[in-house]
Design a protein around this ligand. Structure first.
Ligand code: ZN
Ligand code: ZN
Length: 329
């Protein structure tokens, strides 16, 4: 049964930039149980305070990835300076975590990165099988190897990463489904059944093809189709950043900088690793590429508070518009 209402905020103009945000509010009753990692609560940052909206990042790289030159401590400092309450490190095939930095939680995760020349079905011409899964909130003491591949089927390649994420006590997120067109809607349905809980709707790296092309739907359309097919997947927005204080230096060399604070989640929780993780598992968060709501909630009904500019569309099953309220500044 689908109880979700999805709020798709289309074509917001904020400081001259078109921003999209997605909000999902779901009322779930302990569906996922408690698979949390006790280890997470070892990392507390002072008094967690009351439940509030916390700004978080679910996809971020450091020098432990090999394709970023910024040390994890500096990455964390950059996000703390940009007002984040928590980040989850997702270095390529490497679990990174740190003690809190300037009051911001820096939590353990890993981007399980499988780059193959081919897979089934094969990639579009000129592309590869770059099938990436984030394992978020993992227990570093439970690091596992990927199981041997049973086949080159995309479902198996992604599937063994989802299995590994779960074995490490993490939440599995299917990353950038339109990057080299890694996953279509039918595959997302299968991966949700295998245990993936999140999918990146707005991976803000410059090459993630969120909008799709003439023959591939947008990531938002993929998510719609997967939800309509009965999958339980929450949409996220992320940075997938690799460059921080060095962004200008990278641009000066004529290279593309993959920068941060472009896509993020706002999670309704106390500021402890355990509470944040459980709130995400319950879907008590929204994803945004810039817009921050003054509040959102649900209690049998649905409310969105003031603070939004432009037109807001709340979509229901099969992508049908449910209502289009207007909010004033
Ligand atoms: Zn990736
Ligand atoms: Zn990445």
């Amino acid at each position: 049964m689908r109880r979700a209402l999805r709020l798709a905020i289309a074509a917001f103009f904020i400081a001259g930039v078109i921003a999209y945000a997605w909000v999902r509010v779901q009322k779930l009753k302990g569906t996922f149980g408690n698979s949390a990692t006790p280890m997470l609560n070892a990392q507390l940052s002072g008094d967690p305070g009351a439940v509030r909206w916390l700004k978080g990042q679910l996809h971020v790289h450091s020098a432990n990835s090999g394709d970023s030159k910024t040390a994890p401590e500096q990455v964390a400092k950059w996000y703390a300076q940009h007002g984040y309450d928590f980040i989850v490190f997702t270095d390529h095939n490497h679990i990174t975590s740190l003690p809190p930095v300037d009051g911001m939680l820096a939590l353990p995760g890993v981007e399980i990165t499988q780059n193959l020349d081919t897979c089934e079905p094969p990639p579009p011409q000129g592309m590869q099988c770059l099938l990436h899964v984030n394992a978020l909130f993992v227990d570093p003491s439970r690091e596992v190897e990927l199981k041997p591949l049973k086949s080159a089927a995309r479902e198996d390649v992604y599937g063994r990463a989802i299995d590994a994420a779960k074995e490490m006590g993490g939440i599995a997120q299917v990353n950038h489904p339109n990057f080299h067109y890694g996953a279509d809607a039918a595959l997302l349905v299968k991966l949700a059944a295998r245990g993936a809980r999140l999918v990146e709707i707005a991976n803000e790296a410059v090459d993630s093809n969120n909008e799709g092309d003439a023959s591939h739907p947008s990531t938002e359309a993929l998510w719609d189709a997967a939800l309509d097919a009965g999958a339980r997947l929450y949409g996220t927005a992320t940075d997938d950043a690799h460059h921080y204080y060095d962004a200008d230096e990278v641009r000066a060399k004529g290279e593309t900088a993959f920068t941060g604070d472009r896509g993020f989640v706002m999670v309704h929780a106390r500021k402890t690793p355990q509470d944040i993780r459980e709130a995400i598992e319950r879907g008590e968060f929204y994803a945004s590429t810039g817009l921050v709501l003054s509040g959102a909630g649900h209690d049998g009904g649905y409310t969105v508070e003031r603070g939004m500019l432009g037109r807001t569309t709340i979509t229901g099953p099969e992508g049908r518009a449910w209502t289009q309220p207007r909010f004033s500044p």
